[in-house]
Design a protein around this ligand. Structure first.
Ligand SMILES: CC(C)(COP(=O)(O)OP(=O)(O)OC[C@H]1O[C@@H](n2cnc3c(N)ncnc32)[C@H](O)[C@@H]1OP(=O)(O)O)[C@@H](O)C(=O)NCCC(=O)NCCS
Length: 219
């Protein structure tokens, strides 16, 4: 295994993922893929090689890919496009050396842990999730796939967060609460009791302020 990977994405979020991959030290970034920026452009010291078709055309040279798109729904769309072009390509995880993965914790493929992120004992983080700097998920918790914990977002133990949901900047969820899928918990909120799916909730204590459709923008 040569450990040559490509990073899909070339925006601000991609810079943070690139830094995480570089510091992780497990992979060599062969270049970037992007749907909008032209092939041949240099971004953050790496060449844009093309889009998802590049993977299909150069499959034997590339050992893995990581999708560096911040929006959960958009990230899932790119993962689906990559998989349809290149069904056997592995999605790699990136873990900053300043992150902590406790005993028994599991990370799904494609997930990124940035500096200071903590996944505590026996917690399961799904696929293609992002834990930004200093985000923390305490023991025996479980997130679905395509979940974001923004910088400084934390949970207590035994918390469940559904697919595509977001715990925004500095938001906290106390032990044992359940947050449904496609839900956005606003910045600075304190979740004290269960919040259902397809909702926007914020405040202390967090309350649902409106419903939300899958894929609705939140950034
Ligand atoms: C919750 C959120 C998604 C916006 O929801 P929204 O329903 O679109 O809210 P709006 O921006 O239209 O604001 C509506 C009202 O709610 C208030 N409000 C919005 N977010 C709030 C929050 N997190 N806490 C308290 N009040 C909030 C606004 O001040 C506004 O109040 P007003 O009507 O008195 O003026 C957004 O405010 C938020 O918290 N985003 C998280 C950003 C983040 O963490 N980004 C990093 C991700 S990596």
């Amino acid at each position: 295994m040569k450990n040559n990977i490509v990073v899909f994405g070339a925006g601000g979020h991609a810079k943070a993922v690139i830094d995480t991959v570089e510091r992780h030290g497990q992979y060599r970034i062969a270049g970037l893929l992007d749907s909008y920026k032209a092939a041949g452009t240099d971004v953050y010291g790496y060449r844009i090689l093309g889009s998802e078709q590049y993977l299909a055309d150069h499959r034997e040279e590339i050992d893995g890919v990581i999708v560096a798109i911040g929006d959960n729904w958009a990230r899932a769309g790119i993962v689906a496009r990559i998989t349809s072009h290149c069904p056997d390509i592995p999605f790699v995880t990136a873990v900053h050396p300043g992150a902590w993965i406790a005993r028994g914790a599991v990370l799904g493929q494609g997930t990124v842990l940035m500096a200071g992120a903590v996944v505590n004992s026996d917690t399961v983080i799904g696929e293609h999730c992002v834990l930004y700097p200093n985000a923390s998920v305490d023991h025996d918790s479980r997130t679905g796939d395509y979940v974001t914990l923004a910088p400084g977002a934390t949970t207590g133990g035994n918390v469940t967060i559904g697919d595509f949901s977001v715990l925004s900047l500095g938001a906290n969820a106390i032990h044992s609460v359940r947050i449904g899928e496609h839900t956005v918990i606003g910045a600075g909120a304190t979740v004290l009791s269960d919040i259902g799916g397809y909702a926007v909730a914020y405040g202390t204590p967090a309350v649902v302020v409106r419903s939300r459709a899958a894929g609705e923008r939140y950034l």
